[in-house]
Design a protein around this ligand. Structure first.
Ligand code: ATP
Ligand code: MG
Length: 352
């Protein structure tokens, strides 16, 4: 029996609704597999926790998480209780940083049964690999002089280590997919960091002769996500470019409510963390209408990461079959409830 230890943080808002749904699905996955067991440890860390304890997680919180094989997170943030920079900084960003989750992965894939705003079926299946620890999101810089003479400098930091590991990850992933990596660059306008990025990309590509490559300027590439997304496989990008592309990716899928993501630790010292792209969605919390697909697809990504590819594939099939049967939440044009959608996915799973 393979035991998988999950650290579960449902967090705020609809995180508290969709995480239990996804765990329900995971239990069925384990049952079907036969040789798999999930043991979950629940952590009530959230904005409500902050109101009670003055911190988003206990001082020794991280040490509780280190024992897990993966962290399964819902959503963090409830600005009616805690300012976003405190809730995100005290939990989500802290885990990402301390656990060296230096890479963020997000699929942008057209699911069967869900209409993309792009219209006719496009059959795109992209994996965006974003550098998650350095680059443009740097605190180095500052303001000098004042008034008409004021100058603001914002530095970006690209390290050889940081750039090569994210690009390497993209190539490794491409080998398991359609063997194509597209690099997001802007070397015609950003004359230090982006030529460096291109250089490292070329160097790494040399080790993967079987993988096809191309580099596109970020402005053109953003347009390709709309005009010809089916030509893209793995897309590797810096922190800022990856951030922007991921949102475009979620948009072309049809709803932010279905998009999953993973924050990957590469050195094996700490667990990776999986969370849907959506936030706590206070506007729909408590109504039972939150789309659970983002959280359930997130569970599929986690299964892949834990080496359970076959179960991951079966789960995604079950999600797509459910969507095709029309059992959908309102954000994707249906009128089913959160639990009805989960029930249908479980039903399809059991019939596999
Ligand atoms: P946060 O600050 O936590 O990111 P937010 O309100 O800025 O919260 P989201 O929580 O992602 O961002 O919500 C954006 C919009 O998408 C809201 O209108 C919300 O209702 C909708 N939404 C988000 N997730 C879902 C979901 N799972 N199902 C249905 N609608 C969703
Ligand atoms: Mg938000």
């Amino acid at each position: 029996m393979k035991q998988i230890k999950l650290a579960v943080i449902a967090g705020d808002g609809i995180g508290k609704e969709v995480v239990p749904e996804a765990l329900r699905v995971l239990d069925v996955v384990a049952e079907i597999h036969g040789g798999l067991k999930f043991s979950s440890t629940y952590h009530p860390w959230s904005s409500e926790y902050y109101v009670q304890h003055g911190e988003m997680m206990p001082k020794d919180g991280l040490s509780h998480l280190t024992q897990s094989d993966a962290i399964f997170l819902g959503a963090v943030g409830d600005s009616s209780l805690v300012a976003d920079h405190i809730s995100l900084g005290g939990l989500l960003l802290k885990i990402r940083r301390e656990f060296e989750q230096v890479i963020n992965i997000r699929p942008a894939k057209q699911l069967k049964g869900i209409v993309s705003p792009l219209g006719n079926p496009q059959n795109f299946d992209i994996m965006i690999v974003r550098e998650n620890s350095e680059g443009e999101y740097s605190s180095i810089g500052g303001r000098v002089h004042s008034g008409e003479d004021e100058i603001v400098i914002q530095n970006a930091v690209f390290t050889k280590k940081g750039v090569s590991r994210v690009i390497n990850y993209a190539f490794e992933l491409a080998q398991k997919r359609s063997s194509h990596v597209t690099s997001a660059t802007k070397s015609n306008g950003i004359v230090h960091s982006m030529p460096f990025w291109d250089e490292v990309f070329k160097e790494v590509a040399g080790n993967y002769g079987d993988v096809q490559t191309n580099s596109e300027h970020i402005d053109a590439l953003s347009a390709f996500f709309i005009t010809k997304p089916q030509t893209l496989d793995v897309v590797v990008a810096s922190n800022l470019f990856g951030d922007i592309l991921s949102d475009i990716g979620a948009a072309i899928m049809g709803s932010i409510g279905i998009a999953p993501s993973g924050n990957i630790n590469l050195n094996g010292k700490y667990p990776s963390m999986f969370e849907p792209v959506h936030g706590s969605a206070p506007d729909i919390f408590g109504k039972g209408i939150a789309n659970p697909v983002g959280q359930i697809w997130t569970a599929k990504m986690m299964l892949d990461h834990l080496g359970e590819h076959e179960m991951g594939r079966i789960l995604l099939d079950a999600i797509e079959e459910s969507m095709q049967s029309g059992i959908k939440t309102a954000d994707i044009g249906g009128n089913s409830s959160t639990s009805e959608v989960t029930d249908e996915i479980i039903h399809k799973l059991r019939n596999k």
